[in-house]
Design a protein around this ligand. Structure first.
Ligand code: DAT
Ligand code: MG
Length: 139
């Protein structure tokens, strides 16, 4: 059975550009319930840990620098089939390939600064939720 929670971050580019409200509206309209949320800024160390799976990729340094460059909005979202449905809602990693109407097609600037994160599996969703939120911050 598919899990019902995923983890997201509205990334520094979208926060800086003033898109928090519009993005949350799309998330709500798609039927996700926000069960945890906070605005915060990642240290380079935290961003590096979060994206450790990409350590060997050529863009890792750039990614860590970007993700720690300004505030983000982190949230846990609940819905049936949350991980897959949320990946559908955000669109492809590269906004040039993202389906029209998806969050990345609407708000991402580039493959590196792509507006929003969504977990890629139930297992990683659980890890990422726990990385950012204590049980007492989840409702
Ligand atoms: P996604 O965020 O769609 O799950 P990913 O896990 O492959 O994509 O990569 C994580 C992030 O790394 C991605 O959101 C933006 C950055 N990234 C990925 N591929 C990149 C590339 N070719 N050049 C620059 N940044 C990239
Ligand atoms: Mg990913």
């Amino acid at each position: 059975m598919a899990g019902n929670r995923t983890f997201t971050m509205i990334k520094p580019d979208a926060v800086k550009a003033g898109h928090i409200g519009a993005i949350l509206e799309k998330i709500n309209a798609a039927g996700f319930r926000i069960v945890a949320m906070k605005m915060t800024q990642l240290t380079t160390q935290k961003a590096g840990e979060f994206y450790a799976v990409h350590k060997e990729r050529p863009f890792y340094g750039e990614l860590v620098e970007f993700m720690s460059s300004g505030p983000i909005v982190a949230a846990i979202l609940e819905k049936d089939n949350a991980v897959a449905d949320f990946r559908e809602l955000i669109g492809a990693t590269n906004p040039a390939d993202a389906r029209p109407g998806t969050i990345r097609a609407l708000y991402a600037k580039s493959v590196g600064e792509n507006a929003i994160h969504g977990s890629d599996s139930d297992e990683n969703a659980a890890i990422e939720c726990a990385f950012h939120f204590a049980g007492t911050e989840t409702f």
